[in-house]
Write a new protein. Structure first.
Length: 368
């Protein structure tokens, strides 16, 4: 655990300081501890930091609350993942509203090469249950290194976690409360079983109740830390549709499982597909084709680029990564290069124009 952990927690305990304010403070001051030791005069010079906010930063109660939370973390052998920590889910760093700090129970790696979020209604049908079970089983056979993310809720979430455990896959539950409890309580044993090859992850400190608005907040983590979001079943409204919208906003691939037109629990998925907000998913083959993951196996002999093509520094970096790693999904490529997705898209466009790279379905790129 970092010697800065107390101040990292304290940064999240300041009333009125959200993700953007916290990142702004870190960029200007440069160190989480210095934020609490900085002269008031310098804090006043930081854009969008009000006098009232400075008073909150200086409130001694902030560090007292942080000390109490740090005691809980140490006592329960939790991990603190600040957004600058290399163990922090790097896909999340590409999301503008990602939490600056996460609490984790379990030692799993959150930065595997392939991560999929599986979400859906809490009132699933047998059709949804069977699809989820078969889909995860096939994933384990075809992509055994994949990590499955969901929310430990009733319905599709818990089926995704349990199917992952049954098939030996790593699975991560994103919680809408602190790690001092499990909600719903009847999923406690599943949560415990997950710790061997997976983890429990939350942005909320101990003592936080599973309030409704927290579930909405946790959905951005479910969407943001994955390469693709799979919606198995959903009615016309529901949290899984919010997760799908977030996935699209983060440039993730979103898939939906179709159902009969009169089935209430398929209406949300059907609408996602018909409105082009999700790709139709009937099997693991669909996922692998759209994500370009099969292409990685075939791409053993990358072509040498035309010697007369001039590349910028960024373009050369992208070329070298694709030369070594073969076809890559854009989010994985952004993580590898430590480059914002928006800037990477512009670089990839230039490389396509120069006929150096070519795009595949699912936001995957390879050398032309």
């Amino acid at each position: 655990m970092s010697d800065k952990s107390l101040y990292q927690i304290a940064l999240t305990q300041i009333k009125g300081v959200g993700v953007m304010h916290a990142r702004n403070l870190m960029e200007v001051v440069g160190d989480e501890e210095d934020i609490f030791r900085e002269e008031v005069r310098k804090l006043k010079s930081i854009p969008r930091i009000s006098r009232r906010l400075i008073q909150e930063i200086r409130d001694p109660e902030v560090l007292r609350r942080a000390e109490k939370e740090l005691e809980f973390v140490v006592k329960n052998n939790l991990r603190i993942l600040f957004y600058t920590n290399p163990d922090y889910p790097q896909r999340l760093t590409q999301c503008i509203d990602a939490p600056i700090l996460l609490y984790a129970k379990g030692q799993v790696n959150f930065n595997r090469q392939k991560v999929i979020s599986i979400v859906g209604t809490r009132t699933e049908t047998r059709y949804g249950q069977e699809f989820c079970r078969e889909f995860v089983r096939d994933l384990a056979e075809r992509i055994p290194e994949v990590q499955i993310v969901s929310g430990l809720a009733y319905g599709i979430d818990i089926h995704a976690h349990r199917a992952s455990l049954q098939n030996g896959l790593s699975t991560v539950a994103i919680l809408a409360h602190g790690l001092d409890r499990i909600y719903p309580a009847m999923h406690r044993q599943t949560a415990i079983d997950m710790l061997e090859t997976g983890a429990l992850l939350t942005e909320f400190p101990s003592g936080t109740n599973p309030d409704r608005h927290n579930f909405v907040k946790r959905n951005r983590i479910v969407a943001g830390m994955s390469d693709a979001v799979v919606v198995v079943e959903s009615g016309e409204k529901g949290g899984s549709l919010t997760t799908a919208d977030l996935g699209n906003s983060y440039f993730r691939e979103v898939f939906a499982v179709p159902g009969r037109i009169h089935d209430k629990m398929s209406s949300g998925c059907n609408r996602l597909i018909s409105s082009n907000n999700a790709l139709l998913l009937q099997s693991v083959d669909d996922l692998m084709t759209h994500m370009g993951w099969e292409e990685e196996k075939k791409n053993n002999f990358p072509k040498q680029r035309d010697l007369f093509v001039e590349l910028s520094e960024n373009e050369e970096e992208v070329y070298q990564v694709l030369l070594k790693g073969g076809a890559m999904q854009v989010n994985a490529l952004a993580i590898e290069l430590n480059m914002p997705v928006t800037a990477l898209f512009m670089t990839l466009l230039e490389l396509e124009i120069k006929n150096v790279v070519t795009s595949l379905p699912g936001g995957v790129y390879k050398l032309a």
